[in-house]
Write a protein that binds this ligand. Sequence first.
Ligand code: UD1
Length: 422
Amino acid sequence: MDKLLVHGGSTLRGSVNISGSKNASLPIIAAALLTDEDVIIRRVPDVSDTNYMVQILNALGAEVERSSGTIRATCAEISDTAPYELVRRMRASICVMGPLLARKGRAVVSLPGGCIIGDRPVDLHLKGLQALGAQVEFEGGNIILTAPKGLKGAELDLRGTSGPTVLGTDNVMMAATLAEGTTVIESAAAEPEVIDLANFLNAMGAKITGAGTRRIVIEGVAKLHGVEHTVIPDRIEAGTFMVAAALAGEGVTLRRVCREHLKAITAAIEASGHSVSFNEAGDACTVHRGTDLKGVDLVTAPYPGYPTDMQAQMTALLATTPGISVIKDTIFPQRFMHCAELKRMGADIKVDNGTAIVRGTEKLSAAPVMASDLRASAALVLAALTATGTTEINRLYHIDRGYEHIDEKLLLLGANVERVRV
Ligand code: UD1
């Protein structure tokens, strides 16, 4: 189990390339199951979550090759049962359900367990697939979906109590591409990753309109074909480096980003007193640490709102920003595990009922801390950049799930970090 030592106090300078999006890659790799032809996906980040997805495809019978960010998958003969041993490692494995059901008329996927950021139900995924005619049974911890006579287009609403569902929208959209007739998804998720998946599916011959809005219309087709696709930049990795630059930088430039996807994150960083300037093309930005800093109020919300996946990192920034900040997570109200660790580093944070109240302190100090989930671990790395002393971040596998070579990228920018193989 690797750990990361961060020797605080270095100044970050220079530029960093942002990788392809992990959250866009996962459903796109799963969507390769929808065709028996070759699929080539570029800019897939080399992180353990994408590796798990590749292993799941392999276990289903696909042939997958991977080199330098490019995946070639051929799903000629596939089975309908995703193995528990792999599925249990990553909640996002659930997005093989829609493609398997559409292609095979049957899908067996383990029911995902709870996770550290809260109870994560899949009722909306199932509701959507049932509306397309699937029958759902539960047996031995598995969800078994069957549609022996194929799926039929339908009008359905995917709104849950916490708003739309990203992977639920993906699952239903993928299944509907091969259904008979037209499907209308109301209250769909509008995240850029959903648009990227829809673009990928359309390039395979699907007929999807409205991705990126709350109403997606899918006209079913008989067959999908092979495709080549380049994944969009990872807006959460970009946001994480924007926070690093605001905390410890002296003009850090991020390349291969998408300005449009970063609006809410940019607004939050600017509101706390830092400056963010994009080039004309909107694919690179430079962050300058501000001098007149202030606390901000943040509420996470579905896209285009402020992303829950950037809540922990922003909390780390605000922990040393003068004034009081109030951060409410409406999507995952229990997602505040990082706060207990930040407090061990001297942060003044009170968490109550899905809201963190942060009183900015001047400086944090190093401590051994425990990563609890992907974004929480990123927050600890960020906090450690300016803390006094050496912070030891344990359970680094959490961060390796979703950040490509984060230690190397930080080193290139001038941070003093060391990965220790234990
Ligand atoms: C995706 C992202 C994850 C991000 C989350 C919210 C991927 C691989 N993961 O996860 O990083 O934090 O979106 O932006 O893209 N819900 C239900 N019933 C369901 C499904 C979800 O009630 O069937 C609830 C969830 O508990 C949560 C909210 O809906 O409160 C949003 O979750 P959802 O968008 O589904 O998250 P994921 O797609 O799993």
